[in-house]
Ligand binder design. Structure first.
Ligand code: ATP
Length: 431
């Protein structure tokens, strides 16, 4: 399948089946924003819940938090975002469209659109990505603030609060999921680069020691890679890519990249941030953010190993990886834990009240434990096809035999094979 074609198919499927719609579509849209529909919001929630379970619930060295999107602007000064959260912006002198100078492929593609004209570019200027907002109720005296450009700062400024209100000890982590905003120069590739998106991050605080730094950096690299493959992304579509040029805050940085239809591109990052954040927030706030070892009494600023993943990029790559065309079918081979619905329930015929009643009961019972879809329109083949495209792993059909022996058919999405199962065994079968 050619790659342009594949992305077009995925975008169309997302709209058709209620995964993702263009933001504010009836008003002509708003570049770089997307709305998750009924199926998409379910899958996104599953994705975040699975991440949270793995990162917080089953571990005893990580706590969670949920910090405000709006922060005192000093926090952004301290973290270096006011100065350095920039991308190099260049403008085409022919049509005045703006691009990121560091995205060579996009620059070349644009140059080709001008055919035989020679494109000249303006000098690159550093463009700050923070989105501004204004707070206050008196016109003219409102204060300028920033919507967070990443969710890290909300955790860093609460380091002391977390130490004082929980029993965590180094090494420990703080996990958070939430929205971030960036005035991206060129949003694009569907949700891959958006202006509003969600991140899921872990800040893992360790002893300020290079060996510890290396140990935990390597540990979290493997953990995050394994998470994606355990949920079904094909191993050959993922790789580590070390940063050649480190950000102002980093001592080491690696990305996990995904082989997208447009080439290898960043899924998430793992960074050794050293003591950059705590040091700067300590200096700018005048607060002592040092950690005191309860056993040795030693005081130091811990280092932070960060894992930072985009919820939307993870979502998109799970979708792309699951997209399959097989035997005339289009299906999403999503891991059942990620799929919007665990199962769908159908009465074989919509005009037979005894079938509908029986199916309705099964549907409502299963809904107590799983997200379950209901469909009684059209013929059964069309219903299967619709569920395949949403990635529903199991379709349960109530037919005439059900009325006799209390069994139903369960159809498996990937093999399209059916099996007869007792109604009382459905829950364990789909679990
Ligand atoms: P890129 O170079 O692709 O713009 P980045 O290196 O600036 O990304 P980070 O600041 O490391 O990204 O952000 C961590 C993660 O947040 C990224 O790996 C990505 O998954 C997600 N992310 C960052 N920017 C965006 C965006 N504009 N849209 C969607 N997800 C994003």
């Amino acid at each position: 399948m050619d790659t342009q074609n594949l992305m077009e198919k995925i975008v169309a499927l997302c709209k058709r089946r209620g995964f993702i719609y263009p933001g504010s579509e009836i008003y002509g849209g708003l570049a770089g924003t997307w709305d998750y529909g009924p199926a998409g919001s379910l899958m996104k929630k599953n994705l975040k819940d699975l991440w949270w379970k793995e990162m917080v619930q089953v571990r005893d060295d990580v706590v969670g938090m949920d910090s405000a999107i709006m922060m005192n602007p000093k926090a952004w000064e301290a973290s270096g975002h006011l100065e350095a959260f920039t991308d190099p912006l260049v403008e085409c002198k022919i049509c005045h469209q703006r691009f990121r100078q560091d995205k060579q492929a996009e620059i070349e593609e644009h140059e080709r659109t001008h055919k035989d004209q020679k494109v000249e570019w303006t000098e690159a200027k550093q463009f700050n990505l923070l989105v501004k907002a204004y707070l206050g109720v008196v016109e003219g005296k409102q204060s300028e603030i920033f919507l967070r450009g990443e969710i890290t700062n909300g955790v860093q400024v609460n380091f002391k609060n977390i130490l004082d209100s929980t029993r965590v000890r180094i090494p420990f982590g703080v996990a958070q999921i939430g929205k971030a905003f960036r005035n991206e120069i060129t949003p694009g590739n569907f949700t891959f680069r958006s202006r509003e998106f969600e991140q899921m991050e872990l800040q893992f605080y360790i002893k300020s020691d290079p060996e510890e730094g290396k140990k935990w950096f390597d540990y979290w690299k493997e953990e995050r890679m394994n998470w994606y493959t355990s949920l079904g992304i094909k191993k050959e579509n993922l790789r580590f890519k070390d940063h050649e040029k480190l950000s102002h805050y980093a001592k080491a940085a690696t990305d996990i990249e995904y082989q997208t239809p447009w080439g290898w591109d960043e899924l998430m990052g793992i960074h050794n941030r050293g003591d950059w954040d705590l040091k700067r927030h300590g200096e700018f706030s005048g607060q002592d953010l040092k950690y005191r070892d309860p056993f040795t009494g030693e005081e130091y600023l811990p280092w932070d190993i960060e894992t930072s993943a985009g919820v939307d990029r993870s979502f998109l790559f799970f979708l792309i990886d699951a997209y399959t065309e097989e035997d005339g079918r289009v299906l999403l081979k999503l891991n059942p834990k990620l799929a919007p619905f665990r199962a769908a329930v159908f009465p074989l015929l919509a005009n037979k009240p005894e079938l509908v009643e029986k199916a309705r009961k099964i549907y409502l019972d299963l809904k107590q434990n799983f997200m379950i879809a209901w469909d009684e329109r059209g013929n059964i083949g069309k219903r299967y096809a619709a569920q395949d495209e949403v990635g529903t792993p199991y379709c349960i059909t109530v037919d005439f035999q059900t009325l006799e022996d209390d069994t139903v058919t369960i159809r498996d999405r990937d093999s399209a094979k059916q099996e007869r199962v007792k109604i009382s065994d459905i829950t364990s079968a789909i679990r």
